[in-house]
Design a protein around this ligand. Structure first.
Ligand SMILES: [Zn+2]
Ligand SMILES: [Zn+2]
Length: 273
C-alpha cells in the first residue's frame, strides 16, 4: 500500500536556507576582517596569515621610542587603511600605533601586532589578553607619554645644594648616568643647556631657574626648549643674546598639539591634546 509521503518536518524553505547561507557568509567575512590575532595563532584565515607573514619582516621590531607618546600614536592612525570597530583614540591609549603602510596596529613597547578587535573589547583589553607580559600592560615605567601629562613645570623645589653642584657642566653630565633607555635625547646637549637629570623618568631641571622638562624626543633641541619655556632664566641669558633667544623661540617647533598653557601657583602647566 502506498502511503502519501509526508514532507519531513525538518525540511526548510529554500528561501530560509539561502538567508542562513548569506548570514554565514557575512559572519565569515566579518571574522576575516576584524577577528584576527595572528601573533598568537588563535584564529586562522590562511590568506590573511600569509599577508601578515610577508609584512612582518618590514615591521618595526621591539620597542619604538618614536611612538611612546599617545599623541604621536593617535596621529599615526591618519594613515589607517583597514577596517576596525574601535576608534583611533582607543588604539593609541591601548599602546598601539599604525604601521607606516597603514595596514596594522603595533604596540610601541613589545612590538605586538593586533589585526583587529571584536566589538565588545577595547584594544587595551586585547593587548592585555594576548601580551600580559608587555611592560606597558604591566604598568611599568616604559616611557609612555599619556595624552594629558604635564610636561613643563617652573621653579619647583629649588635645592640650593644642587644649584651649586650643577652649576658645573661636568657635574650635570655625570647626573645622566642612570638616564632611561627609552628616552633618546642628546644628553651632552641637555647638560650644556643647563639641565641636570632629576632621576625621575626623563625629567631634567635647570640648575639656575629650576624649570623642569620631560618627555624628550631625539630631535628636541634643549636650548630651544629652555628659551621657549623659561626665557627669563639668567643662565640662558648669560649664554645667549636676546636676539638668539628670540630666534630660538621663533624657531620652536615642538608640541604642535599644545592647546592649553596656564599658570597655577607659579607652576606652569602645558596640556597637549
Ligand atoms: Zn605591548
Ligand atoms: Zn634655566
Amino acid at each position: 500500500m502506498l502511503m502519501a509521503e509526508a514532507e519531513p518536518s525538518h525540511a526548510m524553505d529554500p528561501f530560509k536556507v539561502n538567508k542562513i547561507a548569506e548570514q554565514l557568509a557575512q559572519k565569515y567575512d566579518r571574522i576575516k576582517r576584524i577577528g584576527l590575532w595572528l601573533n598568537q595563532g588563535s584564529c586562522y584565515v590562511q590568506e590573511e596569515q600569509e599577508k601578515f607573514k610577508e609584512a612582518q619582516a618590514r615591521l618595526h621590531q621591539g620597542y619604538n621610542p618614536k611612538m611612546r607618546s599617545e599623541i604621536s600614536r593617535l596621529k599615526s592612525f591618519e594613515n589607517l587603511k583597514s577596517y576596525s570597530s574601535c576608534s583611533p583614540s582607543e588604539r593609541a591609549k591601548g599602546g598601539f600605533y599604525c604601521t607606516e603602510d597603514g595596514s596594522y596596529m603595533q604596540c610601541f613597547c613589545c612590538g605586538f601586532v593586533l589585526l583587529g578587535t571584536p566589538q565588545d573589547k577595547t584594544p587595551y583589553i586585547c593587548h592585555q589578553e594576548f601580551q600580559p607580559n608587555c611592560d606597558f600592560i604591566k604598568g611599568l615605567e616604559v616611557g609612555n607619554i599619556p595624552k594629558y601629562e604635564v610636561r613643563v613645570q617652573q621653579n619647583i623645589d629649588i635645592d640650593l645644594d644642587k644649584v651649586q653642584v650643577y652649576s658645573i657642566e661636568e657635574k650635570r653630565v655625570e647626573s645622566y648616568k642612570d638616564w632611561p633607555n627609552y628616552s633618546k635625547a642628546d644628553l651632552i646637549r641637555l647638560a650644556r643647556a643647563g639641565f641636570y637629570f632629576t632621576g625621575v623618568r626623563d625629567t631634567v631641571q635647570c640648575h639656575c631657574c629650576g624649570g623642569t622638562l620631560s618627555h624628550w624626543e631625539q630631535e628636541d633641541d634643549p636650548w630651544k626648549e629652555h628659551a621657549k619655556w623659561f626665557p627669563e632664566c639668567e643662565f640662558l641669558q648669560s649664554k645667549k643674546s636676546w636676539d638668539e633667544i628670540a630666534h630660538l623661540i621663533k624657531e620652536y617647533d615642538g608640541f604642535t598639539g599644545i592647546s592649553v598653557m596656564y599658570t597655577l601657583n607659579s607652576v606652569a602647566y602645558s596640556l597637549y591634546c
